[in-house]
Design a protein around this ligand. Sequence first.
Ligand SMILES: Nc1ncnc2c1ncn2[C@@H]1O[C@H](COP(=O)(O)OP(=O)(O)OP(=O)(O)O)[C@@H](O)[C@H]1O
Ligand SMILES: [Mg+2]
Length: 452
Amino acid sequence: MVGDSLFEDTVRTQMTHVAQLSATFGESEASADALYQQLLEAARQSGGRLLIVDMDGKVTFDTFDERCGTRLGLSEVFSVLRGEADSDFGFHQQEGADRKQAASVLDWLTGRDLNQVWVGCFVSALVNEGQRVGALALITSVQETVDSLTSMRDQMLGVFSAALVVVLVLAGFISRIVTKPVKELSAGIERMSKGDYQHRVHVPGKSEMAQLAAAFNQMSEQVYHLDEARNQFVSNASHELKTPLATIKILVESVMYQEDMDPQLRREFLGDIDREIDRLSSVVGDLLTLVHIDSHKLRLRREMMIFADTVRESVARLAPLAQKRGQTIQTDIADMCEMFADPGKLAQVCYNIIENAIKYTPDGGTISVTLHRMGRDAVLEISDTGVGIPPEDLPHVFDRFYRVDKARSRDTGGTGLGLSIVQQIVRLHAGSVTVASKPGEGTTFTVQLPVK
Ligand SMILES: Nc1ncnc2c1ncn2[C@@H]1O[C@H](COP(=O)(O)OP(=O)(O)OP(=O)(O)O)[C@@H](O)[C@H]1O
Ligand SMILES: [Mg+2]
């Protein structure tokens, strides 16, 4: 664009100039000598070479005195002589400038020949009395314009290449900044998919990537805990199943290999085996219930029911057990608590808590069961005068497989699943269960369930 405007400028000035000269010389009545002098003067002023060509294209005047009598074979001359245009111009390369400039790498690359110079030929028709008699050609060097254009082009190329390098370096830098956290994250995800849940990704700052990394870390933390909980659950469950199985194996082997065993003893052993099998099936039942609740497969079979009846039935089922240990169960029911709930599941809640009360209360103790309404809730309280639970164990009694006194539980046969099942069922009913206890004095479990 810059080149075009530069050349347009040159062409306009020279064309006007040559048009003025041709107008003067076309109508001139001067002698050949005088004309030649005038031409020389004009050529000197315009700093170029002036030639006059007749209608045959032959040079009649040349201010350089070189081409007189020869033909000037330039297309712009012909087009003017043929009458295709009143004036025309063209640019040509000419041999032989003595230029002391050294060739640059760019000249070499673009194939520029420093021995060649550019000249412009500006031609205008010579008209005498309305008749075209020849043409006037002004030949001037345009090498200066070409040179300044070339140097401008070289400079621009230099600036652009430098800018390109800077942009490339910057782009590389920025893309590294952007892709580094993505790489970190995908490496983290890969490690996680291979089972490494303890790996955390570090993306500093507050960008979206940093937030994503924080969310990812939180997720892997949760997965880690879930994984740990699952492993714990499996190992606890296996342990609970292994103990009764080992006992059964010893008892069965004794019966098998002692052929002369006392029938009384044999019956006792078989009774023990039977009890261990009962224990096994109760543990398996509890585990299945928990797994069902965990996998959200457990659906409550809700119906209109009277909670008071459920409580009474559970007390009646456990009464023989309490009786055997000389314990009294006091029942105080102040409200029927009609509600829309799953009677089977609530019966299990009552059974588990009352069974605990009986199990963890010494012979001759008292267990009290009360049911009343408080606002929109049914409140079931089960208290005992038993051993109680130490304060440090209270927060854990609802955990799976948690037993306060491991040794004592072996005698009472507990697995540590009863209360966690209670808590899950109560939660499914949108209720809550709490415990309060004083070691040595007794324990109170409170179940609160929404009636509507
Ligand atoms: N009324 C209570 N008095 C004292 N300790 C209790 C009472 N109820 C529960 N606990 C303590 O809480 C622990 C957890 O009770 P949970 O019912 O979950 O398990 P468990 O009774 O040992 O076994 P099971 O799965 O057979 O019920 C018990 O082992 C016991 O130590
Ligand atoms: Mg229990």
